[in-house]
Design a binder for this molecule. Sequence first.
Ligand code: ADP
Ligand code: MG
Length: 601
Amino acid sequence: MPERPVYILADDVINKIAAGEVVERPSSVVKELIENSLDAGASRIDVELSDGGRRLIRVADDGAGMSRDNALLAVERHATSKIRAVEDITRIGTLGFRGEALAAISSVCRFRLQTRPASRAEGTEITISGGKLQDVRETGCPPGTSVEVRALFFNVPARRRFLRSVQTELARVKQLFAVYALAHVKVGMSLAADGRTLYALPAGATREERLRDLFRLDPSAELRPVAHACETVKIGGYVGLPADAGPDRSGQMFFINGRPASAPLLHAALREAYRSLAPRERYPAVFLFLETAPEDVDVNVHPTKQEVRFHKPTQVRDAVMEAVRTALAQASDAANPLRSAAQHPILEPPPEKTGAPCRTDRNRQLFPYPAPAAPFIPENSDGALASVPPPRPEEGSALETGAGGHAPWRWRRVLGQAGGKYAILETDDGLAIMDPHAAHERVLYERFMRQIRAGNVQSQGLLAAESVELAPKEAAMVCAALDLLRRMGFGISEFDAETFLVDAVPACLGGAQPKTLLLEIAACLEAAGEKRAAVKMMEEPVARAACKAAVKTGKQLDEQDMEALLQGLEAAEMPYTCPHGRPTLVYFSFRELDKRFGRRP
Ligand code: ADP
Ligand code: MG
């Protein structure tokens, strides 16, 4: 093969190559432009799109603006006002610093920049088409900067073909916009698409207001506040209730030193924290704000800066797990699908009435008001159905708030079992349907875990010692945890590097196969990382044992069984899901029922 000559690439070629990294789709353009506006100290940012961003993306701000000279430099590659020397990268306070966004973007579209510092009377307008400077002129424009990107990828057909439908591209822009709007609540922001305003967010908002405006979430009712700090990292924000988990990660947002960002370890920490609370493929909403020293986090890992690297990953990961766990446990209401306490904090007395109260007063006809003697009163003269108020429980009886203080209701009574499976309960403000198997799993799981935490585990000898051979990686995990395993009721010794002899297992694990147990424990140890607490590594085997030992679905339950189960659930720390995250209770509030029946509550 003949030798090929070597060339230094022309700037516009380099820019187009760089654009491949920085500008993937309309949302990446919006991201870079919003970041520039924020870095310019804007207090208002207005974003406008048409055709999902293919036809037009416009981002206008009221920030510092640029002089003519600076504006001309800004569209050059590696031109930035944000860093000077390599050392600056380790202490980055701005969102941008690579100095490539404007150069990259303007090389793949028809680009127009209008900018004016407040101190100058005239602004500057620069137009570029596919990386070629077309025109520079003075213009009249408001202080700040407005960037227009038209015909994105008109000169890169491969990229253009790669774009998805208008809705998909728009959805990505909305997600991105939301993330930045949440990170910068003081800045007024708007997003409009094809002439329709999607968000109009006032300046000077709080995080709570933004959550409400962006996601229609009521943080006080639907989320738990997070507040946790350790030496390395301070964590604030909100976490969602396991029962409300969504089908993908779009509702899970991390902010690192004010920068929307992520790192695989953060997702791993979340998975760990929600383990046994939310099903595996479900993702609770999470808005976590992490603050670290700037030198403890490396943002220069990825051209779009969306993924960061922590210099103390273990501490960060443990802190996130701790923060989420604490937030969810602080009130077991955390996972409360009933969530009614917030809506009706005080139960008002029923109106004084003679005769049976009518059905519309049902919501208010609550314990502790005396009930009529008759269990059922037929149609009254109004033609409305008479209510059947619950019997008044004895003071301090089990029917009042459960022993653990976490009970999902203030009052309840069992109405019966339906479909040979589900228990139907009436509670103070609705109907609850319980899956006895899932509920029992939760009760047993917590009981076993309590025994393990207290170091109070009975050992059960095997008839014959069993030898268990593991793969090298798993064997190493188990080997490092031998002492711990013995304290937890395992009779286990090393036979050789990869084989163990097991002659006893914890009694609560109910005769599970030693090999299966050790494999699960090894997997837990790996997932739990440095946190090799006994409690962690036992979660999976215990959850499985609880599932095996729990009442089978379809078993007829008598009153006593049901009562024992309910008392167990009322005392549970996290009564709303089984250890694998399936719900134990499904709830219909009277409010909801009234609505369904077209009644005003
Ligand atoms: P970077 O943001 O990494 O510095 P960019 O190519 O995005 O690189 O921008 C280059 C420079 O242009 C910035 O450093 C900044 O000085 C200037 N600039 C860009 N956008 C704006 C804006 N909206 N307002 C004021 N200055 C801007
Ligand atoms: Mg930038």
